[in-house]
Ligand binder design. Sequence first.
Ligand SMILES: [Zn+2]
Length: 483
Amino acid sequence: MALNVYNYLTRDKEPFNPITEGEVKMYVCGPTVYDHAHIGHGKTYTSMDVIVRYLRYSGYRVTYVQNITDVGHILDTGEDRILKGARRDRIEPMQVVETYMRSYLDDMDALKNTRPDIMPRAAAHVPEQIEATEKLIELGHAYEANGSVYFDVKSWENYGRLSGRKIEEQEESGRIETRTEKRNPEDFALWKAAPPEHILQWHSPWGRGYPGWHIECTAMATKYLGETFDIHGGGLENMFPHNECEMAQSEAMTGKNYSNYWLLTGSLTRDGVKMSKSLGNSLRIADLLKQYPAEVLRLFVLSAHYRGPIDISDDAIVAAQKGWERLVGPYNQAKQMLSAGAADSDDSGIDAIIADTKAKFIAEMDDDFNTPKAIAHLFDFVHKANTILNGDVPVAASTLEALVAMYDELVEGVLGLLPSGAGQGDETAAERQDGLIKLLIDLRAQARVNKDYATSDQIRDQLKELGVSLEDGKDGTKYRIAS
Ligand SMILES: [Zn+2]
């Protein structure tokens, strides 16, 4: 079965056909870096990460672009978010941007989200945004008023195509003083005139000012991915007005389709309430990571479909923690059994079980990246694997290696759920641990040869305290880790 995706543009599940065979050009709206990221951002970007990982797993060459908004994202109050952050933290606006961009990248790295290939910053693309604005004026889709430039929504009949909102239904969100200079209340700013005291401002054909929020995504997406690209992703909460405006101005500018597929993620609530700074109920990713491994947070996010909403609560995270421990149990056990030495052959039938699990996993992921169902098949596998690993028949190294390889491929490669440092062919944490224990076993053996029993006992006893018990046999010393 080939990949099918739910496209918000058509409100339908469609076969996925990229513009160039084997290649995917994907743009995702990134964060406005004026505060620390909360777990709502974690949901959006982890969902997008798994989509990118799965596309790559399926053999596509993906170019993944995610912008950093460091100018132009205006609050309902008319205040620029970066300037608000600067006032709150009493630091320079560009220090706000640097501080929270680094914090965001740290959080995303800690959550094991793959870094985008390009992370363009809006403030570094002001000439491109001015150029796009000039072109829209030339084409009659934008007009200048008192040093600001607005997109004329009535000049573009497809405005509303993505969100399904009609112009008449839309509420006015502009500032009082700008309302009078707009032709239609729904017109949105491509460029804003800046008062002299405004810190973030650039020279433009319309005087000094700064770009609007929507135009940055048009300028940067088309610059790095072309006028038409394959996938536009982001959070559903940005579909209107941001994505709608972005699409309207892009298509009005180029006369071509902007993104062929729109993949948008559902929201995250906390105990049933929308998470927001003003309600004081937002959970920072960094704080959650002090309590739970990244993989637990990833499993929590992926246990719901990316398009759907998800509710975070203590119970939900504890359930995810238990689920994760169960999921990685056979992997950890197989690794330990491999280092302790395994049988030459068995008839576990693991190859057929793995082939079946993989086929089911892929079928679910091909169905609009259905992670909850794909993960359910992995749990079926866990059940079967536990029966094999804990049975009376000795398990062969080939069985254990096949199991580990499947975990590396699907559980870590696609979902990023193996314990950090494990998998992906690097010298893993498990291998390092194994090496360290064996080193201590060698040192203990050496101490015994030297009749230094105090040292040999100390090594044995302290390892035992750490949950590692040593068993001396005729083939040397083996170890076992308490689970
Ligand atoms: Zn955007």
